[in-house]
Design a protein around this ligand. Structure first.
Ligand code: UDX
Length: 442
């Protein structure tokens, strides 16, 4: 099938590249010329495991190409996937100006029928509004929207950064929101190779389901983080509690890792946006506002603990392991780690950080407010305390004896419990995890 992807960020590029690898003819469009020229050379502008090889493969087979010309992108299109960002506005709602402009431009350019498929996360009612925008744009250039038929479909993505290619190729479900079943059925043909539940629903249900999935997962994280605090104060251990409840299939074992809270380009944005969606419908989503508040408090608590342990942070040397919002990505957007680094810096700490992938993107946000090290031990060298802020498995393989040797102080604050079972005390270090019991396990 002929597919056009509008927007080559994480979602757009992964979608385009994976659809090309399934044998579709894919053209990816973006207004960012730099990005497109890199992609034309087969270079992926961000880190995502497996993506680079698939880009090269798709281009070599002639199934994948890139363009900055919308008319070129649309000329053969049957399916146009909207993968444009919907970043948060100041009040937390989704900023739809980019997607609306993209849709308007499509309407101004289009000369044949298409299926317009929204992958971007958009508030309930947006797809219906986008459809009117296309019609208006078609009319604006003298085309009759009854002659050129645009079928609007909502097809939310559930891709996790770091495993996005795998998530696309092995989905646990595919949702299609539509006005009529036949439109959804045609899109589902593209997903025929995947054996997973494929659910067709109303446009509005698909839109709301996406936000609900992310808000529910965020709630799981905030819930376990609150229990972690109780555990810490009562002599329980959050890892044992999480294991116990995770064995109940109604609860499930995933997303029960306590820590410094969720970050990234989706959870913080989508929880705030859903809160706004509820507000616009005249509802106060109490539970969700608590989820957001607890997530912010995790960061406050972490910094407070460092302050309580080390005293005034002015001039204290702090080593940081991890800047990305989670492991296996270079993405630092809304990263808890970046927020904590900023807070420590504001309190006068002298910071040296290391992240296996996120250094370049972190530098863009933090500039020269901190120093950057080329490996974990150099980040910890001379430090009064070490903070582990991203769950990179690499940190577990650092030699504890050497770590204790290079540090000036002894405190290790682990915001992800990555080093929890490595008995840091045996190296003379003082280990502080989240929701852990200091006594030895049974
Ligand atoms: C998320 C959703 O999982 C995906 O389905 C959606 O489409 C996009 O948003 P992503 O943003 O890549 O994906 O990150 P995810 O793996 O879900 O992690 C989000 C955050 O939660 C990370 O900061 C992670 O460190 C944190 N987290 C996750 C926890 O703190 N504890 C956990 O148990 C799990």
């Amino acid at each position: 099938m002929d597919v056009t992807i509008i927007g080559t960020g994480y979602v757009g590029l992964v979608t385009g590249v994976c659809l090309a690898s399934l044998g579709n003819k894919v053209v990816c469009f973006d207004i960012d010329r730099d990005k497109i020229s890199k992609l034309k050379e087969g270079r992926v502008p961000f880190f995502e495991p497996g993506l680079q090889d698939l880009v090269k493969e798709g281009m070599a087979k002639g199934n994948l190409r890139f363009t900055v010309e919308l008319s070129d992108a649309l000329q053969d299109a049957s399916f146009v996937f909207l993968c444009v960002g919907t970043p948060p506005t100041e009040i937390g709602s989704a900023d739809l100006s980019f997607i609306e402009e993209a849709v308007r431009q499509i309407g101004l350019t289009l000369d044949h029928d298409i299926y317009l498929v929204t992958k971007s996360t958009v508030p309930v009612g947006t797809n219906r509004r986008l459809l009117s925008l296309v019609s208006e744009a078609l009319e604006e250039v003298g085309r009759d929207p009854r002659q050129i038929h645009v079928t609007m479909l909502s097809n939310p993505e559930f891709l996790r950064e770091g495993s996005a290619v795998d998530d696309f190729m092995k989905p646990d479900r595919i949702l299609v929101g539509a006005d009529e079943r036949w439109g959804a059925d045609i899109l589902l043909r593209m997903y025929a190779p995947f054996e997973c539940p494929k659910v067709i629903m109303r446009l509005e249900s698909a839109e709301l389901a996406k936000y609900t999935a992310n808000a529910f997962l965020a709630a799981k994280i905030s819930f376990i983080n609150e229990i972690a605090e109780i555990a810490e104060k009562t002599g329980a251990d959050i890892r044992e509690v999480a294991e116990a409840i995770g064995l109940d299939p109604r609860i499930g074992s995933k997303f029960l890792k306590a820590g410094i809270g969720y970050g990234g380009s989706c959870f913080p944005k989508d929880t705030r946006a859903l809160y706004q969606i509820a507000g616009s419908a005249g509802l106060d989503f109490h539970l969700l506002s608590a989820v957001i508040e607890v997530n912010n408090r995790q960061r406050d608590r972490f910094v407070a603990r460092i302050r309580e342990t080390l005293g005034d942070l002015t001039g204290k040397k702090i080593g940081i392991w991890g800047l990305a919002f989670k492991a296996n990505t270079d993405d630092v957007r809304e990263s808890s780690a970046i927020d904590i680094v900023r807070r420590l810096f504001a309190e006068g700490a002298d910071i040296t950080a290391y992240d296996p992938q996120g250094m370049e993107s972190a530098r863009k946000m933090l500039g020269d407010t901190i120093q950057y090290a080329s490996d974990p031990l150099s980040a910890a060298a001379g430090a009064d305390a070490l903070c582990v802020l991203t769950e990179w498995p690499l940190f577990r393989s650092v030699n504890g004896v050497k770590l204790a040797e290079v540090m000036r102080g002894t405190h290790v604050f682990d915001g992800r419990n990555v080093l929890a079972d490595l008995r840091m005390e045996t190296y003379g270090l003082t280990y502080h995890g989240i929701g852990l019991c200091k006594n030895l396990p049974l």
